[in-house]
Design a protein around this ligand. Structure first.
Ligand SMILES: Nc1ncnc2c1ncn2[C@@H]1O[C@H](COP(=O)(O)OP(=O)(O)OP(=O)(O)O)[C@@H](O)[C@H]1O
Ligand SMILES: [Mg+2]
Length: 242
């Protein structure tokens, strides 16, 4: 059975339909990529899946249970965690403490939360920065903390919203390795603009354009689809050539 099913999700902001009747499924153990031009509705989709926004229409089913519009912490308890496109690092807390905020979701003692946060930092290859303050980190570091904090809530499924955007080549190569490790243990849905990153990582890709699912398929199917090339790459090339 699929782990996540998004069914007919529609979201209106006033007259604008940021998501229109979006349906897809994610199998347990899978890595699903989500691509689409700026403003296509990718983050809005994540917001609704994770309970931060209420869908105008449609349902979100996690492991057979309807979690539509439940509180984000309830959804997190049910096993779904997300990262934020605009990273939310606490500047005056250390990296370890930032990650503990995630582990407190399931641990009640500071000791246990600290211990688990330390393990997560190992997993995401960031232990060497455990004592650095949030405000001392580069963007790549803050993005890593963001992932670690979500992982520390012990999700079965992890939604990553542009966890690699703005990173240089070296930094994103490292982040790719982190995701490769994580996906061995957790199902991942990942929004990412850079095709070169997403293609080799994904089992399947969903393409959103103007709030709608244009298509879904294997990376090979997506890369060779003329509609995707026009809708997605066209826009990217246009932006690059501005
Ligand atoms: N809270 C809001 N109120 C009104 N409009 C919104 C709100 N949030 C998003 N939108 C609009 O909904 C559309 C989809 O936005 P969204 O942030 O989901 O796109 P995105 O695919 O994540 O884009 P990007 O690649 O730039 O992150 C955009 O037109 C955006 O301006
Ligand atoms: Mg977005």
């Amino acid at each position: 059975m699929n782990l996540l099913r998004v069914e007919g999700i529609t979201k209106y902001f006033g007259g604008l339909a940021a998501n229109k009747d979006i349906t897809f499924e994610v199998e347990e153990g899978e890595l699903l990529g989500v691509i689409g031009p700026n403003g296509a509705g990718k983050t809005t989709l994540f917001e609704q899946i994770s309970g931060f926004k209420k869908p105008s229409e449609g349902r979100v089913i996690l492991d057979g249970k309807d979690i539509t519009a439940q509180r984000p912490d309830k959804i997190c308890s049910a096993g779904l965690a997300r990262t934020f496109q605009i990273v939310k690092t606490f500047p005056e807390l250390t990296v370890l403490e930032n990650v503990m905020i995630g582990s407190f979701h399931r641990e009640s003692s500071s000791r246990a939360a600290r211990k688990y946060a330390g393990e997560v930092l190992e997993r995401v290859r960031f232990s060497h920065k455990a004592d650095a303050l949030g405000k001392e980190l580069t963007l790549a570091g803050r993005k890593r903390v963001e992932v670690a904090r979500a992982v520390a809530t012990r999700p079965r499924i992890l939604l990553l919203d542009e966890a690699m955007a703005g990173l240089n080549k070296q930094e994103s190569a490292e982040a790719v390795e982190v995701v490769r490790d994580l996906r061995k243990e957790v199902t991942v849905v990942m929004i990412e603009h850079v095709m070169e990153i997403l293609m080799p990582l994904s089992d399947r890709i969903v393409v959103l354009v103007e709030g709608q699912k244009l298509l879904e398929g294997t990376p090979e199917e997506i890369a060779s689809n003329p509609q995707v090339l026009a809708a997605y790459l066209g826009e990217r090339f246009a932006a690059r050539n501005k």
